[in-house]
Design a protein around this ligand. Structure first.
Ligand code: HEC
Length: 274
């Protein structure tokens, strides 16, 4: 009898918990209005996942040609692009400062610096050791250039937002969703059902054929969104591949250790009656 009661209480509790989490889930999942989130299979997910280097390379092109007019990558230096596990790593150039591609990417930017002799503020071409420079001189200028909105730094955005890569990817695609009549937009705001509150001060940054990919890939909005997401997933977690391979080696080591222990246990106790 007591056991039956306990089972009943347990079952009831489980039902309540399931119902509450169901409601919570529905509230979260219903947050994107008419837009249905696309869940992409990312190459970098899972225990053995790695970055798709070709996609991340295209993603850098999208960042450079589109996003970099407003968004900085303040946690990255140019040379990071050529590190081991990075999109432009080349084993011929273990030191990324020598990697010609990385040098070219850096040389594409102008950096503010101080002249060592005169102390004057000067502008010079960037080198691989430089960080990605700020896009605006200060926050007020950034807001003034964006109708009051502040473009966040993108170097760790994939780690900083709930939903990570899927969030960023869908944010790029969701601009096409028709605006419901009851949503009012003030000038400088755009409808985007993936954004918190469904209003965003960034106009749709991508449109068909916006970039001409160096590798000939067709530049659809989905393609560019996926590629820039791959690139920004890497920039948010550049050591992921190293970490996963260390994890794998550790597991292998533990497995071998366990097998050896098993055999030595068998051997040590072989003459003892159990
Ligand atoms: C013309 C300037 C401009 C360009 C170009 C631009 N953005 Fe933005 N972006 C903004 C502004 C402004 C905001 C702040 C929006 C807000 O808070 O309402 C923003 C916000 C974002 C956010 C944060 C959204 C959130 O959850 O808060 C992401 C992610 C983002 N942009 C990604 C990109 C990517 C990727 C590109 C290139 C494909 C890009 N942006 C191009 C101006 C720009």
């Amino acid at each position: 009898m007591a056991i039956k009661m306990k089972t009943a209480i347990l079952a009831a509790t489980a039902t309540v918990v399931a119902a509450i989490s169901g409601i919570a889930y529905a509230a979260g999942g219903g947050g994107t209005g008419d837009y249905k989130m696309v869940h992409k299979h990312w190459h970098f997910n899972g225990a053995f996942g790695t970055y798709d280097k070709a996609a991340a390379q295209r993603g850098y092109q999208v960042y450079r040609e589109v996003c970099s007019s407003c968004h900085q990558l303040k946690h990255l230096s140019f040379r990071h692009l050529g590190d081991k596990g990075a999109p432009f790593y080349n084993e011929k150039y273990p030191n990324p400062n020598d990697n010609p591609l990385v040098k070219n990417f850096a040389a594409d930017w102008t950096i503010e610096d101080i002249d060592g002799d005169t102390g004057d503020v000067i502008e010079r071409t960037a080198v691989p050791a430089d960080k990605f420079p700020p896009i605006y001189p200060n926050e007020a200028a950034a807001r003034a250039g964006n109708g009051g909105g502040l473009p966040p730094d993108l170097s760790v955005i994939v780690a900083a937002r709930n939903g990570g890569a899927d969030y960023l990817y869908n944010l790029m695609l969701a601009y096409d969703t028709p605006k419901p009549d009851d949503v009012e937009l003030t000038p400088g705001l755009y409808y985007n059902p993936v954004m918190d509150g469904h209003k965003i001060s960034m106009a749709a940054p991508l449109s068909e054929g916006l970039v001409e990919y160096a590798d000939g890939t067709e530049a659809t909005v989905e393609q560019m969104a996926a590629d820039v997401t791959e690139f920004l997933a890497w920039s948010a977690d550049p050591k992921m591949e190293q970490r996963k391979s260390t994890g794998l080696m550790t597991m292998l080591y533990l497995l071998i250790l366990a097998i050896l222990l098993w055999f030595s246990y068998k051997r040590v106790w072989r003459n003892v009656e159990h």
